[in-house]
Structures are given as C-alpha cells and as structure tokens.
Ligand binder design. Structure first.
Ligand code: TXA
Ligand code: MG
Length: 319
C-alpha cells in the first residue's frame, strides 16, 4: 500500500487537506494524525472492518482495547450506557485535553473496539487537526498510538513513517506533539474512580474536581488491559539514576559500553523528548541509557511510570 503523507498546518488546518483524510476514514481506511499527547492511528470507530485493520497494521494484541476520540461532548451520549455526574464535571473541566474516561458502553460500540469488555474508553483530544478530522469524518475515531506494538508512542510524523509507512492509507504530518506521553486513563465504571494510566492530568488535578481517586497502577491485576503488556524497552539497557552519587559507579560498571546520559531541564521538557530520545538511542545503537529519576508526584508519576516500563525488562519487573 502506498501511504499518502499530508502536511497540515497545526495552528490553522487547511480544510481541503483534512477532507482528503476524512474521506478515507469514511471509506474504512486508516489515517494517522497528531493529538496533543502522541500521534494516533485513526479508523472509523463504528466500522468493525476498519478497526480490525488498525490492530493488524500495529501488530496489536487482540485483547487490548482502543480509545474512541470525539470532537463534541454530545457524541458521548450514544456511545455509553449513562454519563455519571463525575464524568460530566470532568468533561466540562478537562475536555478537550489529555484525559481518557472509561464508561459503561452502549450497544453501538463494536466489540472489536473494546475487545469484548462492557466498558469503553473515550477522549476529546486538544489538537486542531485531530478535532477537525473527527468533526469532518462525522464519526468517533478509534485511535491507538500510531506506533508498531512494542515501540514507543510516536511524537512526530517521522516516527509514524518509520513504523507504519506502506501499512496505512494516510499519515498526517502536523509537527511535533505538545505533551509527548499518552493521556491519563480514568475508570469511572467502579464506585471509586481509579487511574489506570497516569498522564499529564494528575491524580491531584482530578481529585480537586471529583474527590477521592484510587490509583491502581501498581496493583497486580490490571484493570486497563494494556497495562499487562510489556511496554517499549529500548534495545539499550535503561538505568534510572536515583542518587547523583550512583552515577560514577554505574559509569565504572559499564566501562567500554556506548553510554548515553539523557538530560532534561524539567518534567515538561522530559515528557516531550523522552520517547524521541529512546528511538534515537536505538538508531544510534547505544548499549546503555542513563536517565535521572524525577519526584514521583504530580506529573512526575506519569514520567516515572513510563521510565520504569522502559527499564523493566532488564530489571525483570512485570507489568
Ligand atoms: O494519549 C492517548 O491516549 C493516545 C492518543 C492517540 O489519544 N492513545 C493511546 O492509545 O495511548 P493506546 O491504545 O496506545 O492506549 C489505550 C489505553 C490502553 O492501555 C488500553 O488498555 C486502555 O487505554 N483502554 C482502552 N479501553 C479500555 C477499557 N474499556 N477499559 C480499560 N482500559 C481501556
Ligand atoms: Mg499505545
């Protein structure tokens, strides 16, 4: 398949170009597009055959459900059984934005999207290209991150091209994403809401608005099916430096190895560059990647979650 690459202005998306992509979505094709978190691999979320194609293109396990992306809060009504009050409050406050909410699903949502679960994940991305694309296609868009399964989520179009060129119909190049790690996933189907994937919208942010939240990121039985899969771990060994004094010993222990120390000025900078840096280190065949840990509070929780996953194979940690 010849993949069409369409460059679109992220600040002021050209409608004629958006329409080329939305026509392809309507016909059951696959379109990768930018969101504020990472690039997504879009399909018409109500078309089983189209959704199935996105699993195949990514090589994604069949039991890892997808997020439906909407451009208007009213679109949620037909996709869910009911909208809890807490969800209404959260949608008003955080949408469009990097918050995915899990609802009880309606019959309209095909089983392939939710992998047979009775719940569905929905979010409204804060990116003009994404919103125009969803709006113009007239349907909810299912979109996993637009990487091959087992690779880091893509934060620019070149990453999507590396992973999915000639496997999908269109790649929209809308430049570098803003945040760089995936959305917060919040499960509202239980009595007490729980975070199954931490992200830019933090537990503290959410609790201010809806009260107590459980964080089940570390629990043994994953509620978010994707949590049980090994996530991307670079070919290089990723070592998290907790104390500056450890650095010299780690360097001594790895004498003769090709070592990269990743440096960041703050958490925002770190999130936006981490996945790109992992890809670059793999391309340059580093043996070891050293990254300084950040404080595990607020946005730091999401960053440490991704860092641990990247270092987990070598640490034999299971996720
Ligand atoms: O920022 C993001 O969320 C990006 C952009 C493209 O929107 N998307 C993304 O999708 O990261 P994906 O498929 O890579 O991750 C979706 C996560 C997975 O961990 C999956 O298991 C979880 O959401 N999920 C989806 N539906 C669910 C459901 N019904 N119940 C529990 N977890 C669900
Ligand atoms: Mg993903």
């Amino acid at each position: 398949m010849d993949t069409k690459i369409i460059k679109i202005n992220p600040k002021n998306p050209e409608i004629s170009k958006i329409e080329i992509a939305s026509k392809i979505l309507k016909k059951g094709g696959l379109v990768a597009f930018p969101t504020e978190t990472v690039y997504g691999l879009g399909a018409n979320g109500l078309n089983k055959i189209a959704v199935k194609k996105s699993f195949v293109a990514k090589g994604r396990p069949q039991d890892n459900p997808l997020i439906l992306h909407v451009s208007d809060i009213n679109q949620v009504n037909s996709l869910v059984k009911d909208i809890p009050d807490k969800a209404k409050t959260l949608m008003d406050k955080f949408w469009p934005g990097p918050l995915t909410i899990i609802f009880k699903k309606s019959k309209l949502v095909p089983d392939i999207v939710t992998c047979g679960l009775d719940s569905v994940a929905i979010r409204m991305p804060k990116n003009k290209i994404a919103l125009e694309l969803i709006n113009s296609s007239g349907c909810p868009i299912s979109a996993p991150s637009a990487n091959l399964s087992g690779k880091p989520s893509p934060t620019n179009a070149a990453h999507v091209i590396d992973d999915l060129k000639n496997k999908i119909d269109v790649i929209i190049d809308g430049g570098q994403v803003e945040i760089g790690i995936e959305s917060t996933v919040l499960d509202l189907t239980q009595k007490i809401p729980s975070i199954s994937r931490p992200g830019k919208i933090t537990k503290e942010n959410l609790e201010k608005v809806i009260g107590d939240i459980k964080e089940n990121v570390k629990s043994k039985k994953p509620r978010s099916p994707g949590m049980k899969y090994k996530h991307y771990s670079p070919n290089a060994e990723v070592i998290i430096i907790n104390e500056e004094e450890d650095l010299k010993k780690i360097l001594d222990d790895h004498l003769g190895k090709k070592i990269k120390i990743l440096d960041y000025s703050n958490e925002i900078d770190m999130a936006s560059r981490l996945f790109k840096d992992f890809r670059d280190c793999d391309n340059k065949k580093y043996d070891v990647i050293l990254v300084r840990s950040v404080k595990e509070k607020n946005f730091g929780c999401a960053i440490m979650n991704r860092l641990r996953k990247a270092s987990c194979i070598k640490n034999k940690e299971s996720i």
